[in-house]
Write a protein that binds this ligand. Structure first.
Ligand SMILES: Cc1ncc(COP(=O)(O)O)c(C=O)c1O
Length: 372
C-alpha cells in the first residue's frame, strides 16, 4: 500500500483551525484527584434538569427504536404559539451550536466574510473557519460587542454577523435600543445571528425584544437553547426563529434528524415547566449577588454579568490557577483562549457549590505563586 497523509485531502483552511479544547469528564477528574469535585465550567443549570422533562423522557423511553419526527412538528408548533410566530418561522437544532454551524454551512463559501467580536463565544469563530470563509473580529468596547465597530467592518463580502447577547464569556449585554440602531444601520442583506442562549436569566428591562424583528420579517435568526435554564444541556436541543425564506434555506442543509425524539419530548415538557424556570432564575439572581459580594470582599475583580456565569480576573496565570482550583476540587474554565490570560469563567452554582468555590479560591489566592 502506498503511503498517504490525511493532510493531502484536508482543505487548506481546516489545517489552521484551533479546535475548542474540551474539558475532562468530571468522573475522570474525581478519579485522578481521589476526591469529589464540583463542575462550574460550562454554565449548566446547577439545580439540574427540569423535572417535567425528566418525566417525559422516562415515559418516552420505550419508543426510542423509532426515528424522530424530522420536522419536529409538535415542538415547533408549541414554540410558534409561545412566540406568536408561524411554525415555518422556527427550526430545531442539536443545541444552538448546531444552528450556529448550520447558518455558516448554508450561506458561507471561501470567498465570503462573517463578522463577530473579539472574545465572542468561540463557536461563531469555528463555524466561520470551518467553511474557509474570512473571519473578521472587531474589538469589544467595555467587554461588550461594539455594534458600531461591526457596522464599520461590513464590506461587500460580508454575509453574516454573529452576536451573543448576553455574550459568553464576558456576561455583558447590549440593549434593545442599541440593537434597533444597529439593525437600521446594517445593510439588510447581511444576516444577523442573534444568540440568546441565556435569555431567561436576564433581568434588565432594557434587554431584548428580538422576536419582534422576526415578526417584522427582518433578516435575523434568533437562537435560544434548552441547555441553560431548562437544564437539558446533555440532550442537545436548541431552536431558531427567523423569516420563512431563511428557515427554508436552512432546512435544505439541515440534517433531517438533528433533534432527537427524546430531545423533542423533553423540550415540550420543559416549556411547560414554569416552576423550574422560575426557581432556576431566582436561585441564579440570589447566588450571583452572593458570589459577587464575596469576590469584592476577597478583592478579586469580575465583570458584572447578566447571565449565569462570571468572568473573574485573579491577575495571575489562568492555566496555573485553573490547576490549583482543580486540586481543590473545583473545575472552572481558564480564559486564555478568549484573550484573557489571567481570567477564569465560573458558573454560578448552588449556594453550597458557590461556598466551596469561594473557599477554594480563598486558599488558592493565599498560596504562593510558583516562580517561573
Ligand atoms: C452564548 C452561547 N451560545 C450558545 C451556546 C451553546 O449552547 P447549546 O448547548 O445550545 O449548543 C452556549 C453554551 O455555552 C453559549 O454560551
Amino acid at each position: 500500500m502506498s503511503r498517504f497523509s490525511i493532510e493531502d485531502i484536508l482543505p487548506p483552511w481546516s489545517k489552521r483551525i484551533r479546535p475548542y479544547p474540551p474539558g475532562k469528564p468530571i468522573e475522570e477528574v474525581e478519579r485522578e484527584l481521589g476526591r469529589t469535585a464540583i463542575k462550574l465550567a460550562s454554565n449548566e443549570n446547577p439545580l439540574g434538569p427540569s423535572p417535567k422533562a425528566q418525566e417525559a423522557i422516562r415515559k418516552y423511553a420505550g419508543n426510542i427504536h423509532f426515528y424522530p419526527d424530522g420536522g419536529g412538528y409538535y415542538l415547533r408548533k408549541k414554540l410558534a404559539e409561545i412566540h406568536g410566530l408561524d411554525m415555518d418561522q422556527t427550526i430545531l437544532g442539536a443545541g444552538s451550536t448546531d444552528l450556529i454551524e448550520l447558518v455558516a454551512k448554508t450561506f458561507l463559501t471561501a470567498s465570503d466574510e462573517a463578522i463577530t467580536s473579539e472574545s465572542a463565544f468561540y463557536m461563531y469563530r469555528l463555524a466561520v473557519e470551518d467553511m474557509g470563509a474570512a473571519l473578521v473580529l472587531t474589538p469589544m468596547r467595555d467587554l461588550t460587542f461594539d455594534l458600531r465597530a461591526i457596522v464599520h467592518a461590513v464590506t461587500q463580502r460580508t454575509k453574516i454577523v454573529y452576536l451573543g447577547n448576553p455574550n459568553n464569556p464576558t456576561g455583558t449585554m447590549f440593549t434593545a435600543a442599541e440593537l434597533d440602531r444597529f439593525l437600521d444601520a446594517l445593510p439588510p442583506r447581511v444576516l444577523v445571528v442573534l444568540d440568546e442562549a441565556y435569555f431567561e436569566y436576564v433581568q434588565r428591562p432594557d434587554y431584548s425584544h428580538s422576536v419582534d424583528y422576526v415578526r417584522a420579517g427582518r433578516n435575523i435568526l434568533v437562537l435560544r437553547t434548552f441547555s441553560k435554564v431548562h437544564g437539558l444541556a446533555g440532550i442537545r436541543l436548541g431552536y431558531g426563529m427567523g423569516h420563512r425564506e431563511l428557515i427554508e434555506s436552512l432546512n435544505r442543509i439541515r440534517s433531517p434528524f438533528n433533534a432527537s425524539s427524546v430531545a423533542q419530548m423533553a423540550g415540550m415538557a420543559a416549556l411547560d415547566d414554569h416552576e423550574h424556570v422560575a426557581r432556576s432564575v431566582a436561585s441564579n439572581t440570589r447566588e450571583m449577588k452572593f458570589v459577587t459580594e464575596e469576590l469584592t470582599l476577597l478583592g478579586i475583580r469580575y465583570t458584572p454579568s447578566v447571565g449565569n456565569f462570571l468572568l473573574i480576573d485573579t491577575g495571575r496565570d489562568c492555566e496555573e490557577d485553573f490547576v490549583r482550583l482543580l486540586h481543590e476540587g473545583v473545575i472552572v474554565r481558564p480564559m486564555k483562549i478568549y484573550g484573557f490570560p489571567t481570567s477564569q469563567r465560573v458558573t454560578i452554582g448552588t449556594h453550597e457549590g458557590n461556598e466551596l468555590f469561594l473557599e477554594a479560591l480563598r486558599r488558592v489566592m493565599t498560596s504562593p505563586v510558583r516562580a517561573s
